[in-house]
Design a protein. Structure first.
Length: 354
């Protein structure tokens, strides 16, 4: 078993934790209560010792030996990109021999049994479907396949690093590393990952390495508190899945308006992409247009009347309308009085339905 952890005392009286030559923590000798307090080399976690934020990496990071269990879309794409970025691969494993073989051939590395792969990997990615992560981790722990100092990562948005607890109990540094993106296939994932944001959650000792890997494949990153993971995932569902549901709601209204099916999506897609471009260029508040933004109460009243027999669609219109009033107020295109009138119109109608 290899463990890349070492502690180094510097002349300045500081201590550094290193993992395979990369500084992951810096400590200062602190007179306060005679304790040695920790300060991470990271903007967010710097503090007690007063050390300046900064990142010190060296190229030895790339001697990290990676393993992937789960040769699906995310696992395959990450493995390809990390290998391109100079990381070396111990091998890959998957539920079926066929998936493992296809990825192993592409990467020119061995397809190994999960236990052997886990034992040999310095950073082990569990890129299976979400439901398989807990049983797989438990099984690998029973087989004593994890080792101290090993980095073990899973990629789920919904699950925190807690799901890797059996690995943590064996001394592994456990993280969830979630790409905020929708991947429909391996090639698309390879193309989309550069520029994608990754949330990093879990054992702080692994942050620097995870950040470095994300940066090496062109991604961006931020740290997430374990307790916030569920809300964070709800936010991602609203932005991704509910955007689809919202578009479907708009198309249902178009159908009610008698617009032929083949026209509906093509007619609305330019509106949606144009709006997204505006959000990108101007930010949320400035991108808002429409009747609520103008304080046009009469138009909103007509919309609601037209949806009288469409309770579910009216419900969505009103709930989002109430949220839109807040944005218009922030934009400054309506005043408090107009906002109150719009809110009461939207809420009254809502109360009438429920
Ligand atoms: N796709 C996305 O848009 C997306 C975005 C962000 C995060 N994620 C996360 O990324 C992870 C992987 O998702 P994905 O989209 O890549 O899924 P996927 O394409 O369905 O791939 C999952 C892979 O896991 C393998 N697998 C399942 N159970 C296994 C087990 N017990 N042991 C070993 N391998 C097993 C399957 O192997 P076989 O092929 O051999 O059957 C499959 O190739 C998930 O945690 C997901 O939440 C996905």
């Amino acid at each position: 078993m290899r463990c890349g952890k070492e502690e180094i005392r510097r002349k300045s009286g500081c201590f550094e934790d290193r993992y395979h030559g990369i500084i992951t923590m810096r400590y200062s000798a602190c007179t306060c209560q005679g304790l040695r307090r920790k300060a991470r080399l990271n903007d967010k976690y710097i503090a007690p010792s007063g050390l300046r934020p900064g990142r010190l990496f060296n190229l030895e990071a790339k001697i990290l030996e990676l393993g992937f269990i789960g040769a699906g879309k995310v696992g395959s794409a990450l493995a390809v990109l990390l290998q391109r970025a100079g990381y070396s691969l111990v091998g890959v494993a998957s539920r079926t021999n066929e998936s493992a073989r296809v990825l192993a051939e592409r990467l020119n590395c061995p397809a190994l049994p999960g236990k052997e792969l886990a034992a040999k990997s310095e950073a082990l990615f569990l890129t299976t479907s979400d439901d398989a992560i807990a049983p797989l981790t438990a099984e690998l722990a029973r087989e004593k396949a994890f080792h101290p100092g090993q980095l073990v990562l899973q990629m789920s948005g919904a699950l925190s690093s807690q799901v890797l607890q059996p690995a943590a109990e064996m001394g592994a540094i456990t993280l969830s590393l979630h790409p905020i993106q929708c991947f429909a296939g391996v090639e698309q994932a390879i193309a989309l990952i550069p520029g994608t944001y990754f949330s990093i959650e879990g054992d702080a000792r692994g942050y620097v390495l995870a950040e470095k890997m994300v940066e090496d494949i062109g991604g961006k990153h931020f740290l997430l508190d374990s307790k916030a993971k569920v809300l964070y995932h709800a936010a991602a569902c609203v932005a991704g899945n509910y955007l689809v549901a919202l578009l479907d709601t708009a198309l249902s209204l178009l159908a009610e308006a008698g617009v032929p099916e083949e026209i509906r999506l093509p007619a609305f897609l330019p509106l949606v992409t144009g709006t997204l471009e505006n959000v990108k260029k101007l930010g949320i508040t400035k991108a808002l247009t429409g009747p609520i933004s103008r304080g046009d109460r009469g138009t909103v009243e007509k919309h609601l009347a037209a949806m009288e027999n469409l309770p579910l669609l009216a419900d969505i219109y009103q709930t989002l309308g109430l949220a839109t009033v807040g944005i218009a107020l922030k934009k400054g295109t309506i005043n408090e009085e107009q906002a109150a009138a719009l809110r009461s119109l939207l809420a009254d109608h809502w109360n009438g339905i429920h």
